[in-house]
Design a protein around this ligand. Structure first.
Ligand SMILES: *Cc1c(COP(=O)(O)O)cnc(C)c1O
Length: 495
């Protein structure tokens, strides 16, 4: 069966998977959605015996129907290799009665590696398939983790360039060092004087700027996106939810057909949407618990049906979730209108014009699989310390938000359904906040001394990604104001 893709805003239809990946964002500013969400064609029991790579093929072949088996398997093998520090790729660790799905074993130690290890391969295969002869320029806004993971994936990939915008002062020290030390002539990193929403909105505007696109084309460039607005990010993320369920079955932790909850620390709504897709494909998932930090726009949305971004942007110790405009929510909105592009674009226009929108009761009912929760920074730190003291397991500040939210959910609902928590980053990426939570004392100023003590107390080895930046040379120092993003890009590309 062939799956075609269409824009959530109705401006494009009948697009192939490879074209949707190349484009990133649809030309009307909407996001690409498959015409239908396919069902898994193997049982969970059959899938349970498969490796990560085999599972990836079984899931992705159902969506990327214009890729051949050889192309897809080639992409998968090149992506999920020894860049990951464990053969399991996404291991499930049981601690304190819940299962942590560790998504941080790739080269940049955050869950973004799960999709960004394969996206460059999918994109170059798609470029060949569509006889694209322009150079692809990947424009990326990052709240800290996407930027590095995308550069790691695209660095040195022929026929591509990548430009990353991150919020100056809005990322952790390790995140910033990882980005500014990036090697590769085709990479550029820019710190913007604004927050993540400014960066993402700026990038989206540049994408829909037809005049600028024409200028680029004259010079032989075409834009694409490595953000989770690209369907090529979302589809690989479905894989680990299928795989996690299979591991639980395989280890006898659950029985056939037993439902589980999934809790996801959420920012741009990409990761949790992938879990929802897994459920639609047939994985027995019950609730999708959407965990927010103090920027709890999604919590308020699921509670009231009103999405309201008109509020202060709060910088927290889980910076990759400091977001007020969750792009991928548009895909859920679209599904809950019954795929009505007119209604969806109306709501998105409200958001752009007034800063908020309200969904109908009917739409709310269709989103009932989701439960929203939030945790303050104090609750986040408290749970990191408590789980460490009780079990020795150290989690990062984003996973901490999910864990705190799940514990509150469980206490309130008295629901004993088994739960998987998506663990989205290595604690080493946020070592200062993690150590502050655990030690509660003054920490040394030097970041690497803090990292060394994290290694001591957790009894874990410092990941390669962190050792690398200890002595790496800073290669990127560009900064710009929000309104200078376009001219900065023009400068980098020599337009
Ligand atoms: C990006 C990120 C998130 C948020 O994921 P979304 O898909 O944007 O909702 C959570 N935690 C970490 C560590 C991240 O890097």
């Amino acid at each position: 069966m062939n799956i075609s893709y269409q824009s959530t805003r109705g401006g494009e239809k009948g697009v192939t998977a490879s074209q949707a990946i190349l484009k990133g964002l649809a030309c009307d500013g909407g996001l690409f959605m498959p015409a239908e969400i396919p069902k898994l064609d193997l049982t969970m029991r059959e899938l349970a015996g498969k490796t990560y790579q085999e599972t990836a093929y079984e899931v992705m072949k159902l969506f990327l129907t214009d890729f051949t088996e050889d192309e897809l398997k080639g992409c998968i093998d090149r992506a999920y290799d020894n860049k990951f520090d464990t053969k399991a790729i996404a291991p499930l660790v049981k601690a304190d009665g819940v299962y942590y799905l560790e998504l941080f074993h790739g080269s940049t130690i955050a869950f973004k590696d799960m999709a960004l290890s394969i996206l460059p391969h999918l994109m170059t295969a798609a470029a060949k398939k569509n006889h694209l002869d322009q150079e692809i320029v990947i424009l990326t806004a990052t709240s800290g983790d996407t930027g590095k993971a995308a550069m790691a994936g695209f660095a040195g990939v022929e026929g591509t360039r990548i430009i990353v915008f991150y919020p100056k002062g809005g990322v952790s020290r390790v995140q910033e060092l990882q980005m500014v030390t990036q090697k590769g002539d085709n990479t550029a990193v820019v710190a913007i004087h604004g927050n993540f929403d400014d960066a993402q909105t700026g990038v989206k505007q540049i994408f829909s700027d037809k005049e600028f696109a024409r200028k680029l084309e004259e010079k032989g460039f075409v834009f694409s996106s490595a953000n989770s607005i690209n369907i090529g990010r979302l589809i690989p993320q479905i894989v680990y939810y299928v795989y996690a369920y299979g591991q639980l079955l395989n280890n006898g932790e659950i029985g056939d057909g037993e439902k589980i909850h999934v809790t996801v620390p959420t920012g741009n709504f990409g990761n949790i949407l992938a879990a929802y897709f897994a459920k639609q494909m047939g994985v027995p998932i019950d609730k999708l618990i959407c965990a927010s930090n103090d920027n709890k726009v999604l919590y308020d949305f699921f509670k009231t049906g009103t999405y309201d971004k008109k509020r202060d942007f709060i910088l927290t110790i889980s910076p990759s979730m400091d977001i007020l405009i969750s792009s991928n929510l548009e895909r859920l909105i679209y599904l809950s209108t019954g795929c009505d592009a007119g209604k969806t674009s109306g709501l998105m226009a409200d958001l752009a014009k007034t800063g908020s929108y309200t969904v109908s009761e009917d739409m709310k009912r269709r989103m009932a699989d989701f439960a929203g929760g939030f945790a303050t920074q104090e609750e986040d730190k408290e749970v990191i310390r408590k789980v460490y003291e009780d079990t020795g397991y150290v989690m990062d500040t984003h996973t901490g938000v999910a864990c705190a939210v799940y514990q509150k959910y469980k206490a309130e609902s008295k629901d004993g359904t088994k739960a998987v928590i998506a663990s989205t980053a290595s604690p080493y990426k946020f070592s200062r906040s993690v150590m502050e939570a655990i030690e509660k004392t003054e920490l040394p100023e030097d970041e690497f001394e803090v990292i060394d003590s994290l290694s001591r107390i957790s009894g874990t080895e410092i990941p390669r990604a962190v050792e690398e930046i200890r002595s790496a040379q800073v290669r990127h120092s560009r900064e710009c104001a929000i309104e200078e993003m376009k001219t900065t890009i023009a400068g980098i590309l020599g337009l």
